[in-house]
Design a protein around this ligand. Structure first.
Ligand SMILES: [Fe+2]
Ligand SMILES: [Fe+2]
Ligand SMILES: [Fe+2]
Ligand SMILES: [Fe+2]
Length: 440
């Protein structure tokens, strides 16, 4: 049976105010929670932050007093929903724990989107971003083990592999190259519009989380690594937002925002395994259907068009959180050496990059002292003989080959752990493990 969001009335706006007890709720238990309940919670926080922020931007351009008030009413509700979502996270979940979960969101969400994106060009952009967040997860995993004794599986629960991706030091690009070609608002499918706004909201919130929490550790190398990866998330926001047609009006964008919220809560409600949290997703879906009604009225008033022209008539599934290991491995082995080219194109291999590539000076400047994300792997070596990595044996055995393929000819930081050095670390670890067996 299909679900048609525009035909649903949802909860009237005047009934959406809740008391503090309802707004704040009870956190989940960090050791019992299903990793995909946590990823849903993190993603929906990001969606709400975007929904809230967009309304404030729109209000600053708005002259009609009644519409301004209507918009602020919805914005206030988004604010309460954001609190409920974000504060489901418990106080004893450390910043690094949450960081691993944020990168798990990015990997498994982007992999889902890439496989469900009708536009081939946009799919390629998703595949490209995927390998960067995949590498962030690996770099942060080194610190989570060294500082807090946390194994990646404690957070990702074996659903997402943790090994090297496209090395983070090579994610820093010239802004002109990050800019991609935008879709055409008149021909793009609603799925494409929802997919992009979903991942954009997630990336923006990841950036904000690192901005607000990266300083909370005393370890200077870790602080620098947060700074380095935060800069990449800034690039991801730039990259994904450049895919959106800038010719959409603010009212069209408001409609897409509310529709995206509806689609995401609908998916959360369908997939949730925690019965208590599922009730929140059901309630928020009902609220968002009310927001969508108001956004549709405003769209019709200002644009004199049918909202169906923009968002279609059926619900869209932006993301089902499920393990994406096979898909990610396929992209990793094939595209770890891919790089950004001008005019929204891609260089298929690092060999194709010209000597005057615009991103080389950016990478040389940012890593002129050292690349923090490379020191992360060195720290893994100190605490554990080798890097922290989790994947099936056959993929782990390809790790040095993948790292070698991901390298560049130029702008390689002096402190880089290259494939040879990583291979030596892995061998050292193996021989130490054998020694340990003898003593037992
Ligand atoms: Fe919302
Ligand atoms: Fe990331
Ligand atoms: Fe990202
Ligand atoms: Fe909303």
């Amino acid at each position: 049976m299909t679900f048609s969001p525009l035909k649903e009335k949802g909860m009237p706006l005047e009934k959406q105010m809740r008391n503090w007890h309802q707004i704040v709720g009870k956190p989940y238990n960090k050791t019992d929670v299903d990793c995909y309940t946590r990823t849903r919670q993190i993603l929906m926080n990001g969606i709400e932050v975007e929904a809230w922020g967009f309304k404030h931007q729109l209000a600053r351009f708005l002259t009609d007093n009644d519409d301004k008030i209507k918009l602020s009413q919805i914005g206030r509700i988004e604010n309460t929903q954001q609190m409920t979502c974000n504060w489901m996270g418990p106080a004893d979940q450390s910043v690094l724990d949450t960081t691993l979960a944020y990168e798990q969101v990015a990997v498994d969400l982007t992999a889902w989107l890439a496989q469900n994106e009708p536009d081939k060009y946009i799919k390629e952009v998703f595949d490209f971003g995927l390998l960067e967040d995949f590498d962030h997860l690996y770099r942060y995993a080194q610190f989570a083990y060294a500082r807090e004794g946390t194994e990646p599986s404690d957070i990702v629960q074996g659903q997402t592999d943790v090994i090297t991706g496209r090395p983070t030091q090579f994610h820093h690009n010239c802004n002109g190259l990050r800019k991609r070609k935008h879709y055409d608002k008149n021909s793009a499918s609603p799925q494409t519009k929802v997919n992009i706004l979903t991942v954009l909201s997630g990336e923006q919130q990841t950036h904000n989380f690192y901005a607000e929490h990266g300083f909370m550790y005393g370890d200077h190398v870790l602080r620098e690594t947060y700074a380095e990866i935060k800069d990449v998330e800034e690039e991801h926001v730039t990259m994904y937002e450049s895919l959106i047609d800038p010719n959409e009006s603010m009212w069209e964008k408001l409609l897409i925002h509310e529709f995206t919220e509806v689609c995401n809560y609908y998916t959360c409600m369908e997939d949730e395994v925690d019965e208590r949290i599922k009730k929140t997703w059901e309630l928020f879906l009902d609220m968002e259907l009310g927001h969508l009604q108001t956004a549709s009225e405003l769209f019709k008033k200002y644009e004199k068009r049918d909202p169906e022209e923009v968002v279609g008539s059926d619900i869209i599934i932006p993301c089902r959180f499920v393990s994406q290991k096979d898909y990610v491995q396929k992209v990793l082995e094939k595209e770890v050496n891919k790089r950004l080219a001008p005019d929204g194109e891609f260089y298929k291999t690092t060999e194709e990059i010209p000597d005057d590539w615009a991103s080389y000076p950016v990478q040389e400047r940012t890593a002129e002292i050292s690349a923090p994300s490379e020191n992360a792997v060195r720290i893994g070596g100190i605490y554990h003989d080798r890097d922290i990595a989790e994947a099936k044996e056959s993929l782990l055995n390809k790790q040095t080959e993948i790292l070698s393929k991901g390298m560049q000819k130029k702008a390689v930081a002096w402190n880089t752990v290259d494939a040879d050095e990583l291979g030596e670390m892995i061998e050292k670890h193996k021989s130490r493990e054998k020694e340990k067996e003898k003593l037992i």
